[in-house]
Ligand binder design. Structure first.
Ligand code: NAD
Ligand code: LMR
Length: 342
């Protein structure tokens, strides 16, 4: 009887933890760079999603062990491993959503743009394979500098004749996650309620939290706005410095990327109420790419919430004008790279 009751308790604990055990949908997700600091915890979080039937893990090395390890979790999705360029195409066949965290991270003293020389080429090659093997998939780009890697991806997809601007997303969810956390801490708010839109790009001053649009409505002093804005803009560097040479944000990034994946899969599955901030092709400013809050639907971006940029405070308006030249230069650098290489 004792054994029976333990078994029952274990089963209940399993069910509580695995609220996701009932398969609800069957999307295939690929992670390119899956053995890395972001890739591993991201793969774990996606393995827990009820919306995923297959998880394809691709990396240039070390992915077999990650996949073997993850595959023992008793959640429904099947885990498959793919190593090296010769297996890249197969990792992408039939996939609905591709997440790309492949590439090198920053060390103290570096800017995200210092990663351009290595990561631009990595993203270019991976996107070519995406274009050839799953041109209809949603593409989530995490690799830095996001302000340039997304324009690179767009150009490569155009060259391949398969560019759908509604399905190419630069992942800026971590900026929103950080903004929500820092605002809730500062104003003693319940975390779950707080939502701060973050627009612009994903580097330094191009990251623009619209604190005046925080939900629920909160009032900030000028000093609080200045402190919070700078902290959100420098949060990546805060982590890079704390890790002291061992890389950049991986766990919070995996959490944020998993949220963005889950939102995208819900949208693909027909949920009509999915909103996220993301860096996309856009005409809400005079720049060709700009992060905004968007409504995501079955076909990708359904609407850009451009009203977020109306009624800005003077501080936000100035910050918006100030970020444009830097973001423009990063976009142009990406586009020039994509053209030069072909
Ligand atoms: P990491 O070095 O721990 O992992 C990167 C992985 O990419 C490694 O496993 C490596 O083998 C793999 N890789 C390298 N070249 C590859 C290729 N050609 N194909 C497939 N895989 C390849 O780095 P990390 O901490 O996981 O960070 C990865 C990237 O994400 C960095 O560029 C970092 O700056 C960026 N990042 C972005 C955000 C964001 O908010 N968008 C947040 C954190 C980190
Ligand atoms: C972040 O915001 O944490 C990432 O872009 C990684 C970095 O280099 O800061």
């Amino acid at each position: 009887a004792l054994r029976g009751s333990f078994a029952l308790k274990a089963q209940k604990a399993d069910q509580r933890f695995q609220y996701h055990l009932q398969p609800q949908a069957s999307y295939k997700v690929a992670i390119l760079g899956a053995a890395g600091g972001i890739g591993q915890p991201l793969a774990l979080l996606i393995k827990m999603s009820p919306l995923v039937s297959a998880l394809h893990l691709y990396d240039v090395a070390n992915v077999k062990g990650v996949a073997a390890d993850l595959s023992h979790c008793n959640t429904p999705s099947q885990v498959l491993d793919f190593t090296g360029n010769s297996e890249l195409a197969n990792s992408l066949k039939g996939v609905n959503l591709v997440v790309i965290p492949a590439g090198v991270p920053r060390k103290p003293g570096m800017t995200r743009d210092d990663l351009f020389n290595i990561n631009a080429g990595i993203v270019k090659n991976l996107i070519k394979a995406v274009a050839d093997n799953c041109p209809d998939a949603f593409i989530h780009i995490i690799s830095n500098p996001v302000n340039s890697t997304v324009p690179i991806a767009a150009e490569i997809l155009k060259q391949k004749g398969v560019y759908d601007p509604k399905k190419l997303f630069g992942v800026t969810t971590l900026d929103v996650v950080r903004a929500n956390t820092f605002v809730a801490q500062k104003k003693n708010l319940k975390l779950i309620d707080v939502d701060v839109p973050v627009v612009g790009g994903h580097a330094g001053i191009t990251i623009l939290p619209l604190l005046s649009k925080t939900k629920p409505a909160v009032s900030f002093t000028d000093e609080e706005i200045q402190q919070l804005t700078v902290r959100i803009q420098n949060a990546g560097t805060e982590v890079v410095e704390a890790k002291a040479g061992a890389g950049s944000a991986t766990l919070s990034m995996a959490y944020a990327a998993a949220r963005f994946v889950e939102s995208s899969l819900r949208a693909l599955d027909g949920d009509g109420d999915v909103y996220e901030c993301t860096y996309i092709q856009s005409d809400v400013t005079d720049l060709p790419f700009f992060a905004s809050r968007v409504k995501i639907g079955r076909k990708g971006v359904e609407a850009i919430i451009s009203s977020d940029l109306q009624g800005l405070t003077e501080y936000e308006q100035k910050a918006l004008e100030a970020l444009k030249p830097e973001l423009k230069a990063s976009i142009e650098k990406g586009i020039a790279f994509a053209h030069k290489q072909t």
